[in-house]
Structure formats: C-alpha cells, structure tokens
Design a protein around this ligand. Structure first.
Ligand code: ADP
Ligand code: MG
Length: 262
C-alpha cells in the first residue's frame, strides 16, 4: 500500500503553550491546523487548487506559504518575516516610534513607489518635542518596497525549494493582514507575472463586513475546517507519543466550542 501525506511539524513547546492558552480560557482544543492551510480553506477556489496555486499569508511576524496541486495541499513553509519588519523599517527610516510607523504604514504605505504621485505629501504628527512636518509619500514607499521585494525573493526561494520549476497556472493568492498593503498585488504581478489576486475569506454566509478582510482568512478558515471535519476522530501525534500534557487532540470543532473560542 502507498500513501502520499503532507506532514507538518511544529515545535512541541510552542504547540503545547498555544493549547494551554486556549484551555485556560475554558475552551477545548480539538485539533491544530497550520495557519496557511486554514487560510487556504477560506480563500482558494476549487479550480485554483486543481490548477495549482501558491497561497501566501502575510501576517505580523511571519509569511506563511501553502502550495496546492491537483486539489491537494502539496507543500507548506513559513518565512520568519512579515508586516512587523515593514513597520520596523519604516520606524528606522523616518525616525519615529513603532506605533506611529504602524499607523503611517496602514494609512499611507504603498509598496509600489511609482503608484504614488510625486507631489503627494503626508503629515508626520509631532512627537517627543519634534514639530509636526510633512514628507513626500514616496519616501515612505521606498523602505516598504525594499522589504517587500525581499519577502517576494524569499517566496520564490520557497517555491523553488518545493520542487516546482515555475509558478503554477492558478497563480498566487495573497492574504493575511499584510495583503492589505496598497500596491502589493501590482508589485507581485510586476515582479513574478501570472495570475495574482488578494484572497478574502469566503464561504461563510452572513459573515459580518468587519470580518471580510484578508487579516481574518486564517480565523475563518479554522471555522470552515472545524465544520468540514466535524465528528472526525484523528489524533495529532507528537513523535510516537500523543501530545503530552494535553487531553487527546481530535479533528472537528463542534459549533458550540467554536463560539466559545471567540
Ligand atoms: N491596511 C494595511 N496595510 C498594510 N499592512 C496592514 C494593513 N492592515 C494590517 N496590516 C499588517 O498586517 C499584519 C498583521 O496581519 P495579521 O494577519 O492580522 O497577523 P497574524 O496572522 O500574524 O496574527 C501587521 O503587520 C499589520 O501591520
Ligand atoms: Mg493572519
């Protein structure tokens, strides 16, 4: 008998810590799903998975990748660079505290300097005795563009490591909070070509508008995963032992439990 499986390994201590944090809040952990696969669940179409697609979930500290081929998850990887590094770069470039850099990134950030009009100016509020001053919006764009180009190179490296010779015909779907960055789809399209789109969480009827954002793809994907795998009783294993210190891990979150996690 032959079996093809997608095996995801995680740090046992981190997994235990995560489960413990959930369980101290009176919810039960039934199973764990790697972030990129959860996001894929909420964003990818069946056709994309069939044609082959690279899902990129850009979060705060990491960029998570999942590659689907012939309808199935085929490869996953985590790049330890995300939106937080972009904020840090901006904070260094503009000599502003992180929280201000974060605000400016979200309000005025753009990773395609050529999309920003040359005379577009933004106001940096006063802080620590420094007076309020204005700045060309393009100056904000340069460090964001540089860091995003680095992330794109790392994505290409992972896709190459996966064994693919080129990007699959389903293209690239970008999601996660970082995918809301202005100019991102345009930059990825210009750099890598092919189909590029931003992935929004779909498939849950009546999802409130505030949750219809790329930042919530993984969370919505977890709900979908739970609904899909309800009643299944596979256990996650840690090496040859069941996750020690935890009651059994099972697939399938009941609806009531999902509500409790929120
Ligand atoms: N409108 C936006 N433009 C650019 N970056 C954004 C925007 N909204 C959120 N982000 C960034 O997305 C990151 C968080 O993504 P998210 O998917 O919520 O995090 P995680 O999955 O790591 O919990 C942060 O670095 C944040 O700055
Ligand atoms: Mg996220």
């Amino acid at each position: 008998m032959e079996i093809e499986a997608h095996v995801v390994m995680g740090d046992a201590e981190a997994m235990k810590g995560t489960a413990k944090a959930i369980e101290t809040n009176k919810a039960t952990v039934k199973s764990m799903v790697v972030q990129s696969l959860a996001s894929a669940e909420a964003t990818l179409t069946g056709d994309e998975k069939e044609m082959g697609v690279v899902l990129v979930d850009m979060g705060g500290g990491t960029t998570d990748i999942a590659i689907y081929r012939q309808g199935q998850p085929w490869y996953s990887a985590v790049i330890p660079v995300g939106g937080m590094q972009m904020t840090r770069d901006l904070s260094v470039a503009l000599k502003t505290p992180m929280h201000m850099a974060e605000e400016m990134k979200i309000k005025w950030g753009c990773v395609m300097p050529e999309m920003v009009a040359a005379d577009d100016e933004v106001v940096i509020p006063s802080f620590q005795g420094q007076p309020q001053h204005s700045l060309s919006r393009r100056i904000l764009s340069d460090p964001l563009n540089a860091r995003m180009m680095e992330i794109i190179k790392l994505i290409v490296m992972k896709v190459t490591q996966s064994g693919l010779k080129s990007f699959p015909s389903g293209g690239i779907v970008l999601t996660g909070g970082g995918a809301e960055m202005t100019g991102l789809a345009e930059l990825v399209q210009k750099t890598l070509g092919g189909q590029v789109r931003i992935g929004y969480p779909e498939e849950i009827a009546g999802l409130p508008d505030q949750l219809r954002k790329p930042a919530f793809s993984a969370a919505v994907g977890l709900l979908l995963w739970g609904i899909k795998h309800q009643g299944e009783t596979r256990s996650s294993l840690n090496g040859d032992r069941s996750m020690s210190g935890l009651k059994s891990f099972r697939w399938g979150l009941g609806r009531r439990k999902v509500a409790a996690v929120r």
